[in-house]
Design a protein around this ligand. Sequence first.
Ligand SMILES: [Zn+2]
Length: 505
Amino acid sequence: MSRAFYVTTPIYYINGNPHIGHAYTTIVADVLARTARTKGDTFFLTGTDEHGQKVADAAGEAGVTPQEWCDRLVPKWQNLFALFNISYDDFIRTTEPRHERIVQRVFEHLREKGDVYRGVYEGWYCSNDETFWPESKLVEGRCPNPECRREVQWLSEDSWFFKLSKYNDRLLTYFKENPTWVRPRSAYNEMVAMLEEGLEDLSISRSKFDWGISIPGGGGVIYVWFDAILNYLTPVGWSEDEERFGRYWPPSVQLVGKEIARFHTILWPALLWALDLQAPKLVFAHGWITLDGQKIGKSLGNAADVFTLVETFSADAMRYFLLREGHFGSDFSYSETKIHQRYNDELGNDLGNLFRRTLSMLEKYRNGLVPQPGDSHFGERFSDLPKRIDTLIFNLQFRDALEATWELVTALNREIDEKKPWVLAKAENAVALDALLYDLCEGLRWLAILLAPFMPEKAREMWRQLGLETDIDDAWESSLVWGGLAAGTQTSVGDVLFARLELPG
Ligand SMILES: [Zn+2]
């Protein structure tokens, strides 16, 4: 069993530009990775899926070769991730030699074992989804994917197959024995139903086009899904670095959109078992983000929108919004108005003003120096908060984790309102004022640590203004102990964290 934390996003199919949905999945993985790093060895993988018919078609339309197309598109994805401060440890491209080598090795290994065999494929093919569908699945003769519903074509060709049906029973047993390995429950139930219907062997080669990884010994290219899903093996050293592979395998959390859950929870574990490897510990199929009710995608023509949103609200505010707005696993709708509200109310007022007021009062009453703590016992109310938040994050309940964090924000604001430091200052009640100012500063130190996985830039800005020099990413067990802030620390009032924004129009 792996000793480290290994988290993956799906590798993104680059037949178009990235949009907010891609940012969403990747931000979630980033929050998990940043939290896991405070505990120990962590590996965070993302990347791009670059083969297949649709990429070849997109390149053709643009009048370039598929490789040129990919080389042009990949920087757009990397720029988006840089904009959001995504802290991936590796970015894999399926056109890289390191990956092609692994895919061919898996293919050869399974061919020798007999799990990959030669046959004739006849069936209904959707070129948009690059998927073969059985007759029984078609909806009025069309592709059954509700997002697609395009015409399918009858294909007949010599093909290599993966013996997926051989793993049907083992998959069903595995699902029954591990009822939470696929979440949410809706995705789990859908997969069990598919397994109960019975699986057919999967055609894993293509001879109609050549934009893919060559089959060893010739005979076309490898099916893009077979190629892509193996990406998770490549950077952790499968068949090349035993020590490294043992450290990271199996993955702790694999995030996928719900539309690709079946590849990751049926084909993927079967392939891994064929290789005598363990299935991932958790595959989480999240929902879709919609803009005023419409699914985001290339066809909506709002692909560039995410860059504009970051420009308007900042990357950290968008990270916060996306994780705070919806329950992870469900669809949710966003609009600029909703972002505005959360930005001004929660980030600007609740957190930003709390931070600014506290540091301003500290400057006014104590020359910016953190006073001695009193015996308020304020911090005792929050002794279990870090553990609760940690549990919620690793349970992928990000909205709840942020709500729990806000309990501290709210309590600190209430302390100011109730104890009125300006009254204490006027009455020259130095002991009470010191105790209050200490609690406020210590609470803000906690908030910077707890929010660092969600809003890394703003948390560091808080850290700087609080005058702290330690590492904000230290283990929570040691850093989140009330009283950790040293008396005498010199704070300084700096930039406003979330400058108020007026709604346009
Ligand atoms: Zn389709």
